[in-house]
Design a protein around this ligand. Structure first.
Ligand SMILES: [Zn+2]
Length: 240
């Protein structure tokens, strides 16, 4: 009598997972290197090398951060629709490799914005973060000149970007710095910038004027001085 036929998948396929791109991905048993406590613990064979389709880029699972996902044995260009502008864009194979193997992004991270929208998003996020970072630094050392200037700079950038910012808090910090005796000329320039951003042209003109007078002989401040003069002229023309 013939031996009973095995049920379920054939023995060589039992320890594999069918993947739409990578085919039958071998699953390691604990004895193969997935031993508890071994670092890293691979559930899927990191040395599996499925044939590369045209245009694909080979992936290196040992450089990828994953927990239970199937590693990216190779990358293919992916079509995406941008979350912000609705345009179609390509999340390219090379870019994916960069994300997952060089920049250390998790495999479940994916591109949701086209490149121009991503740049815009990062710049916006940078402006918001700069205010919260500067605010924390200022709370720690309210009379530390670089902390005060950074806070004023961040507030002005936030105002210019979003139309609102803690400009009065920045002005208060600049004045407190002046009172503390740290006679910092840049503080006058940033006072002008805060007033200008808040729409107070006359006060801005006055601050720029004082800055120009007091910083007249400073070579270090020449760039700011020229900028203050240019802003003052513009304000005088538009508010005349
Ligand atoms: Zn876009």
């Amino acid at each position: 009598m013939a031996a009973p036929r095995p049920s379920g998948p054939p023995r060589d396929l039992r320890r594999s997972v069918r993947h739409p791109l990578f085919g039958h991905v071998p699953v390691l048993s604990a004895a193969d290197g997935g031993a508890p406590g071994a670092v890293p613990t691979y559930r899927f064979d990191p040395d599996y090398r499925p044939p590369l389709p045209a245009g694909a880029v080979r992936g290196d699972p040992r450089r990828q951060i994953f927990c239970c996902d199937v590693p990216r044995y190779f990358y293919v260009d992916l079509d995406r629709t941008c979350r912000d502008c609705g345009e179609r864009f390509v999340f390219s194979a090379r870019e994916q490799k960069l994300w997952y193997e060089t920049l250390g992004f998790r495999l479940d991270a994916t591109a949701v914005r086209c490149l121009p929208c991503r740049r815009r998003f990062r710049a916006t996020r940078g402006v918001v973060r700069a205010v919260s970072d500067a605010s924390r630094a200022l709370a720690d050392s309210p009379h530390h000149p670089p902390a005060v200037l950074a806070y004023a700079r961040a507030a002005v950038a936030h105002q210019e970007r979003f139309g609102h910012a803690p400009l009065d808090a920045a002005l208060a910090a600049l004045r407190a710095l002046a009172r503390s005796g740290a006679g910092l000329l840049e503080a006058l320039y940033w006072e002008g910038r805060c007033h200008e951003a808040a729409g107070r042209a006359r006060r801005a003109i006055a601050s720029y004027g004082r800055f120009a007078a007091e910083a007249a002989s400073s070579r270090r401040l020449a760039v700011l001085r020229r900028d203050a003069a240019r802003r003052r002229t513009l304000l005088e023309e538009t508010s005349a």
